[in-house]
Design a binder for this molecule. Sequence first.
Ligand code: SF4
Length: 215
Amino acid sequence: MATLHLSRLHFPVTALGPGRRIGLWVQGCYIRCPGCISVDTWAPNKGAVTTAIVSKAILAWLGRADGLTISGGEPLDQGDALENLLNDIRPRLAGDVLLYTGYPESAALDHPLIRSGLIDAVIPEPYELAAPQTTALRGSDNQPLIALTRLGRERYEHLLDAPPDRTLDVMIDKTGVWFAGIPGPGDFALLETALRAKGHRLATSADARALPDKD
Ligand code: SF4
């Protein structure tokens, strides 16, 4: 049993990998990419929970899940806890495990969790606000999609150069309304404009350095 700092856990997520997936967002990220849409996951030392509790929550979805997507926050800063969790659930998960990290590609591929065989595909490199976004599952085109296992190649090879599909999952729970997926550049600004026109106000956790000036 280990301690994981967890931001969110949700099923089903359809916009972050093939099929209906379990989404796990860790809490804490020191990379702080300009334009990050998950600023709420930056603060460390929040959401402490044992991997046994996370495992039990995931267990309820395992039979229906096509995979698990781990994002954040920065998952590789919590590699030991995630390895502990995956060692427990992986034998009962029929699907794949996809992991997002802001670590550079070489450091990510050298990380013990990525080398453990527990991860089928990884998307490394920090988000780059100024880079184009023309590929599926990636926030910016500097981020490669790397299949690590045979299952990873089966699941992700057709997505290596596929265009983004702009799908977002919308969740409503006691914390409010939140999105999972990869929004296109300016999508949240467009949503904010549309909501404002109807008399609503949108507050996102996007990095303020990338937001347009308010009028
Ligand atoms: S995009 Fe990912 S790596 Fe970059 S600051 Fe946000 S959570 Fe961290």
